[in-house]
Design a protein around this ligand. Structure first.
Ligand code: PEP
Ligand code: MG
Length: 589
């Protein structure tokens, strides 16, 4: 089963977040738990496999008995639980079913045990009675102990991994990624995932190198293989030889030096070479990221993705829980502005604990404001929390994925209802805060002139605008080559939005990843954008670019660029005009 790899293997994927790391692989499965591979067992070897399982059970049971014996008097209330576990080692549901699975499916013991324990866990999770649900957990704990003797590991969630490893997964959800403990995880690679997927956005904010969309990383990598992850070039190398290791050690040092260099200048003001001030703001998913926003000298929070709190909790937080988080955030950032975006769940941020309806086309489904408008009580609770937090700091309220005027009218009536409820509850709140919408669906671009009449600001979400206008699933690696911010169609749409905002005299922001990639900066400044929100880690690099660009030249460049028909012509032009300013792009493999 364990293959011996003698030659280094190069795999190319998509850059999830830049940087280089070298370390040992740690495979996790879809649910963010260490990966158990399935392998067939020939009929004559089935009895051996069953013996292997029984031995593991006996060893785990002995360990458990020792634990019971050594229990001090003060912990004797745990005795009951431990004695229950003792019986569960030979429980029919776990023990009997695992042996049945090994026999009937002719598979390895660890895979059979994992399969059976997952089924039990799902079954018990559907039960409402907390006592019975806890019995389900007991069985899982016992199964973990047996697993330890089969593979040397229990079921570890990403948040519990305590060695410095590189995570290898078929897919990681944004919620799993946000569980990553920085001190333990050097980087990660996945089979699935595309550029600017939410998983890559979280990786960038954690500043750990990652490569996504590798296709077959989990099939090629075994636990403890040595990996090099070059997140900047979107490449990984499995079991590198000495020369390659040497070369990448050097590359890693150069990248670190580049980052340190940029960060040294991060205190300088964000003003273009010809004196135009630019606001560089941070996108965050968790309140804890305020530290990184401040370290990188963000002028405020341009996008707070509130759905991550739900994804982590596996449920909707209460109004008071949200208020507490939002208040903490605005107070920490005060007097700088904080743009709080209402829930953008579903799409690739689907979580069955929150909305159990799985959709065939989630990106085109009941996502973001669409979900909120049919789940008004959830939406109104969030709006109330935001208006209450606005009494303590400087908040902008942002609504995601507006695709027509009717939706913003619907949102406004929910805001009115939230205000009426707050008044009747005698709450302290502030309703006079700017209301904005994300422009991230092509229909909103086409209606930007009309929509501008209903709101105080726009924020262009290029991650989705590219996805929806180019018809590319953000997570699909097979169409990732078409996901290009500098596509002329995307630039023309941005120009329409800039014109609508300027003519209607409303503020305009951009909070998609496009704003955090230096090559796009001359075009964005030339198009007239002055408020750019991005991953906090990108701010120093973008600031360096902003300080070097001359807006009057950039405006002329945009005239030329908008005459081009292909992305390549646009990229070539920018690279020619701004060659000396563009930062480290080391794609030489
Ligand atoms: C966007 O779509 O550009 C955006 C900023 O929102 P999200 O990435 O959360 O969809
Ligand atoms: Mg979006």
């Amino acid at each position: 089963m364990n293959k011996t790899v003698t030659d280094q293997i190069f795999l190319r994927g998509i850059s999830g977040s830049p940087g280089i790391c070298i370390g040992k692989a740690y495979l996790v499965d879809r649910e963010g738990v260490n990966l158990i591979k399935r392998y067939p067992v020939s009929p004559d070897m089935v009895p051996n496999e069953i013996d292997r399982f029984k031995n593991a059970v006996d060893k785990a049971k002995k360990d458990h008995a020792k634990a019971i014996d050594s229990l001090g008097d003060d912990l004797s209330e745990n005795l009951n639980i431990l004695e229950t576990h003792m019986v569960l080692f030979k429980d029919k549901m776990l023990y009997g079913k695992t042996i049945d699975t090994i026999t009937n499916d002719q598979v390895n013991a660890e895979w059979a045990l994992r399969r059976v324990s997952r089924r039990i866990s799902r079954m018990f999770n559907q039960i409402n009675d907390p006592y019975l649900r806890a019995r389900g957990n007991d069985i899982i704990q016992v199964s973990d102990k047996i697993m330890h003797y089969l593979v040397g590991e229990a079921d570890l969630r990403i948040s519990e991994i305590n060695k410095r490893v590189i995570i290898v997964a078929h897919d990681l959800s944004p919620a799993d990624t946000s569980q990553i403990q920085l001190e333990h995880i050097k980087g990660f690679v996945t089979d699935r995932g595309g550029k600017d997927s939410h998983t890559s956005i979280v990786a960038k904010s954690l500043k750990i190198p990652s490569v996504l969309g590798l296709g077959n990383a989990t099939a090629n990598i075994n636990n403890d293989d040595i990996l090099i992850v070059d997140g900047s070039a979107g490449i990984i190398i499995i079991n590198p030889d000495e020369d390659t290791l040497f070369k990448y050690e050097d590359k890693r040092a150069r990248f670190a030096a580049f980052r340190a260099d940029i960060e040294r200048e991060s205190h300088l003001p964000a003003i273009t070479a010809d004196g135009v001030p630019i606001n560089l703001l941070a996108n965050i998913e968790l309140v804890e990221e305020v530290v990184s926003a401040k370290d990188n000298k963000a002028a405020g929070i341009g996008l707070f993705r509130t759905e991550f709190l739900c994804l982590d909790l596996n449920r909707f937080p209460t109004e008071d829980q949200m208020l507490q988080k939002y208040r903490e955030l605005v107070e920490l950032m005060h007097p700088a502005p904080v743009t709080i975006r209402t829930l953008d769940i579903n799409g690739d941020k689907f979580n069955p604990y929150i909305d159990p309806v799985e959709e065939a086309n989630p990106a085109l489904g009941l996502r973001a404001v669409r979900f909120c408008l049919v789940n008004e009580s959830i939406f109104i609770a969030q709006i109330k929390a935001i208006l209450r937090a606005a009494a303590f700091g400087n908040i902008n309220l942002l609504i995601p994925m507006i695709s027509c005027v009717e939706e913003i009218i619907g949102v406004k009536s929910c805001i009115e209802r939230a205000v009426i409820e707050l008044e009747s509850e005698d709450r302290i709140f502030n309703k006079d805060i700017p209301l904005g919408i994300m422009i991230e669906v092509p229909s909103a671009v086409m209606m930007a002139q009309e929509l501008a009449g209903h709101v105080d600001f726009f924020s262009i979400g290029t991650n989705d605008l590219i996805q929806y206008s180019m018809a590319i699933d953000r997570r699909n690696r097979r169409v990732a080559h078409l996901y290009q911010a500098l596509n002329p169609a995307v630039l023309k749409m941005i120009r329409l939005v800039v014109d609508a905002a300027t003519e209607n005299n409303i503020e305009l922001f951009m909070c998609g990843e496009m704003a955090g990639d230096a090559i796009n900066i001359p075009v964005l400044l030339g198009l007239g954008l002055t408020n750019l929100s991005m991953n906090a880690g990108a701010i120093p690099v973008i600031k360096k670019m902003v300080r070097s660009v001359d807006v009057s030249k950039a405006q002329k460049d945009v005239q030329t660029i908008l005459g081009f028909q292909t992305v390549q012509e646009i990229v070539d032009y920018i690279q020619k005009e701004y060659r000396d300013l563009l930062p480290y792009r080391d794609n030489e493999e």
